[in-house]
Design a binder for this molecule. Sequence first.
Ligand code: DAH
Length: 338
Amino acid sequence: MTSSAAEETISSLKTEALEQLSAASDEAALESWRVEFMGRKGRLTGILRNLGSLESDERRAAGAAANRLKGELESAFEEQVAAGKRSGASGAAPDAIDVTLPGRRPRHGRLHPSTQVIREMLDAFNEMGFQTVEGNEVELERYNFDMLNIPADHPARDMQDTIWINRERDSIDGGVLLRTQTSPMQPRTMEQQDPPVRIVSPGKCFRTEATDATHEWQFHQVEGLAVDEGLSFADLKGTLYEFARRLFGADRKVRFRCDFFPFVEPGVDMSVDWNGRWVEILGAGMVHPQVLRNVGYDPEKYTGFAFGVGPERVAMLKYGIEDIRHFFSNDLRFLSQF
Ligand code: DAH
């Protein structure tokens, strides 16, 4: 190896190394470049090692050139590493984000239509003096049925096919279930306080329904209860008329018909006129004396009325929704219309 040959090798190594270094755009490429040229077994080290086989003059010249190259490559490498960090880990160029692009409107969330209607209903009842209380979705058989005058063998239980958590009746509380109605908040509230009672209780209910356009296995109810001395059916009607007026407007016709619910006597349902069609939106009635007795109230002294409204039914009427299953399908095309 002559001096000029050695220096030529060094200068072509420099060209090659710098070219490859400028193409190394990520950490992995930088590291393999470092190993190839600067590593212990790298190409520059190889040249430095071979200097010993040269004549002393040649060795001096080539050694100086090789050491200069080493310094140059080291600083070029550091510069390239720093440039990589400046442009971000992805290696994207710093101007990859076009700050002149026009902004987009952030997407607004909104309340679920059931929530909107429930709140509207609660507002109406709150203003009439009813206080909002909330119950549990997992409920005891005792409150969901027994205390409401629906004993274990009562055929009315067939109307509400129950999702059970635990069916065993090993105590007075009975089994554990997903509440089929919000009515358990009637006895739960009355047990806690003396009359007068005036509450509304919203919440989710569950039944093993075969689903169709008007039946869902999960839905909401808003329960209402008023107990005091001297409450009559006129109070029930007045309250529910006012509720209907608030939600559907003053001109909306409503009608009451006799219906049966074990915890009221007499029992009714209320329907709203919808384009010449009567649509039932709630059940109601005068609280059954047995329900009052169950919580230790004297039915000779106190009377009361109760009602249970289905907010999804109300929303379907208000907004012309034809299928109750939309409410729980989580489809933004539906939800974003409210
Ligand atoms: N909980 C009843 C149901 O799910 C609805 C109901 C009817 C509630 C009459 C009441 C009532 O409070 O008085 O079918």
